[in-house]
Design a protein around this ligand. Sequence first.
Ligand SMILES: [Zn+2]
Length: 189
Amino acid sequence: MPGPSKLVVGVDVPWVMSWSGEAIIGAAPCRTVGGRLALMQASDPGSGKPQYSKNHLVRQRLTIARMLCPMCGEPTKENDRWTQIAARRCAGQLRARGGQVRADIADDRVMIDAGSIAPLHRRCVDRSMKYCPHLRASDDVMVMRFPREWLVLPLLVKSETGDGVAVAFLQLCGITQTIDRRWRTETTA
Ligand SMILES: [Zn+2]
């Protein structure tokens, strides 16, 4: 049995991160995705070693579904939601990759693809930049406000036992008011 860690969840280790003592326990209906089938994982943060490259399945979905800060686990308010590593993509690009983008969003609308990372509090952004050399060194880091509107795209995995699918993680895309003219040119050419 893994023992308790001296690292403090939400302070030394992001709240959303998985620990080696938290086993993945198969698929079940999950409240994080409105009762859909989703991959489940035991919840025992602080048990064993932090898995620095892995998000906890259920906590990750909770951060997106409830707009909880992945660093501290507390809710973020609309005026204090920041993203650090987000790619600008057009809605059409997301659609082309199989993302279920709402029909009222035109292909040329610019989206802020935050991937699996929910927006953080500004104070948590600043703390993570201070303590994480990887983030500080990365060229991809650009701190910006997260848009007021967003889409949640479920990332699905095939069931090992049947032909069903289950939600693994949730992907978050902010919706901006910006239109990408290049995309419009490309798609109409
Ligand atoms: Zn926070």
